[in-house]
Each structure stands twice: as structure tokens, then as C-alpha cells.
Design a protein around this ligand. Sequence first.
Ligand code: SF4
Ligand code: SF4
Length: 413
Amino acid sequence: MFKDTPVVREQIKKCVRCGKCRSVCPIFQVYQTENYSPSGQVFLVQMLRDGELEVSEKVAAKASDCLMCESCSSTCPSGIPVPELVAAARAYIGEQRPSAGKDLIFGKLWTNPRLLRKAVAAAGLADSLGFRNIARALGMTSILPGDLPQAEKILGKIPRASARTRIKTVSPAKGTRKTRVAYFLGCGTDLLQPKVALATVEVLNHLGCEVVVSPNLKCCGVPHLANGQKKIAEELVQHNVNILHKLGVDAVISDCASCTSTLKGHLYKDWLKVKVFDLSVFIVEVLGIPSEIRALPHPLTVTYHDPCHLVKAQKIKDQPRQLLKSIPGVELKEMAGADTCCGGSGTFGLTHYEVSMKILEAKINNIRQTEAQAVATCCPSCITQLSYGLRESGLNYPVLHPIQLLHQGLYKR
Ligand code: SF4
Ligand code: SF4
């Protein structure tokens, strides 16, 4: 029951309405009203709990106006996990207002990696054949729900082959094996940024890791949780935990900030018994930065964007920068507000296009000021969002995961 959920029962009463969360909330920055603030979300959950609000379209829309970026919870003096409260409210709203569309996307498609890959590959093929442009010109994309007709542009050119189809289940360590790790290949990296996955596996092998990429793992569950599909998210957790425990690995690694944050977070915490690492932390603190990195063919000025699910949810800030600075030829130039949200947040940019673009605009301006030649970040969703913002602004910077630059330093000549 929603009212009896521990987070709803115990956390709401801790809000002292101090307002400290407002200044850091990207949504509040856009709307500038209390209604669209973290404490406004806490109040909404409280009203739902106490039966003072009926579930309605308006209430559902209000609860959906949150990026789950954790800017508020990492600032709140009472330590209130606002995104967890919002997720509980969305789950309750989802139960009261079932949606056939959401059931299809999150229940049938996003729980079946093979089907999801086929659907995305078909979209990639349609893209390469120019069908998407034709569909746009004919206005056919306008039949998509909500903001999707505009927002599908964010995805850009969809790769035709997923990473999973190009990576073996077990990739051996180069030289002496130091450790055996599971690489948790998230949906965003697999389907939208496969080059990041290929670089991850090759670099881990180079550093002495036997890498297991289980074909049976499914989505970590964060898109389901963010979209009110808590039951499905919990089923995914049980499924993934069972698989991961059978792999006989020393650690679970991911290059996706949202995946590692979810695997370490409240959904998995009581179940998963294997340690989870962000890729940059694992390289910097466990394996050690390799000494044989060679200079890039051309010097490159890079600015780094902190993904919310890395810097706020996991307090990981230094290790990706250390990795970048270790590559000869890379000059790291900090942008103002490197740790502010880019507005992507998984599916948020696709469902809340206008507000997402306002948040993105500020980020792109900060990137522009650095006059960097490339942007680095540790999250496939941020890579997709920032790439779109740069394309739209006429800026021709590549957006890369630090592992791709490290890979270049180890292999490209
Ligand atoms: S910072 Fe925390 S306690 Fe203060 S208003 Fe926001 S949620 Fe409430
Ligand atoms: S999680 Fe982010 S978007 Fe949501 S209320 Fe907190 S600061 Fe605002």
C-alpha cells in the first residue's frame, strides 16, 4: 500500500519547509513557483497519502515534473529522498490510472531485451533508409504520444547494430587475469552508444579483467521506476540479482551513471551481494590507471559534464576527471555549473521536451564558454542529450565517454 511504503510513512514528516532544495532544482529554475519545487513534490505526496487529492490527469502531470536528478536530496538538511517519494507517488498513480501504452512499452518491450533490440534496430534501419524523414515530412510522427513527435529528434541517428550483438558473452583478459567482472550493459549504452560499450570491454580486458556480459540480464529498472511501473521494476531487480549471483564475478561494473546508481540504490540494496562500481572508479581505484597510455594524435581540450546520477547520487566527481587528465594530449577545461543537470534524465527529455530544452540551453551555453573541442561525460543519456543540444546550436563538438578517450590513448595511432 502506498501509504504504508516506508519512504512515504517515515520521510515526509521530516520536511521542515526550509526551501533549501529550491535553488538546486532544475525544474524550479524553469517555473520559479513553489508548486514546481522539491518541497512542492513532497507536499503533493503528502496530500495523496492523506486522501486530500484525488488521482487525476493534472496530479499525474504534476508528479511527472521531476527529473529524479537527486539535486534536492543531496542538499536537503533532513536527508529526504525526494525522488524516492516521487517514484512512490508515480507508482500509486500508475496503479490508479493504468495505461495500455505504458504497459506495452515498459511491460512488454522494455522487459524483453531481444525484442527491444529488434525494435531499435528496425528504427535504425528505417533511419538509414530515410523513412524517419519521410514519416516526419508526412506528419506521421505526430501520432506518437505526448512530446514524442518533437522529442524523437533528440535520439539522433540510431545505430543499426546494438553493442550486445558485437560483444562476446565472455571476453578474456589480455595477459594474466587479475579479476573476473560482470559488465552491466545498460539499455542506453547498448542501443544508443554502442561504441562506449566496445571501448569499455576492450579497456577492461587490456587491464587484466575477464569480462562477462550475460545475455540474460535485463534493464536495471530505472525507466520503469521513473514511469510509475514499480512492480515491473521490482521483477527486473529479482531477475537481474539472480543472474548476477550465478556469474561468479568479483564485481559488477557499468559505464552508465543511472545503472550503477540504481544497482547501488534502494531497489537492489537488500538483494544484490556483489559490489557495484562505476567504470571510472574501478579503473582509478581498483585496477590503477595504466602507465602505457600514449598521447592522442592531436591535443584535445575537453570539458566534463557531471551526470546527476554520478555526482549527486554517488558522490563521484574526481575519478572521471583523473582518468581524463591521465591521457596525454587531453587538456581538461572546467565549465561553469559542470554538475547541473542537462535535462535529459533518461526518458524525461522525451516526455517533457519544452522544459528539458530550457534546462539544456543553460548547459550548452556553459559548454560554449569553455571553447572546448569535446565534451566528456559518464552517462549514455547525457551523451545523447548533450549531442542533441550541440547539434541544434550549430556546435560541432563530439560528446564522448572518458573510456573512449582512454581507449584512444591505449590503441589508436
Ligand atoms: S530542503 Fe528538505 S526539508 Fe527543506 S524544504 Fe526541501 S525537502 Fe523540505
Ligand atoms: S529530483 Fe531534481 S527535479 Fe526532482 S524535485 Fe529534486 S531537484 Fe527537482
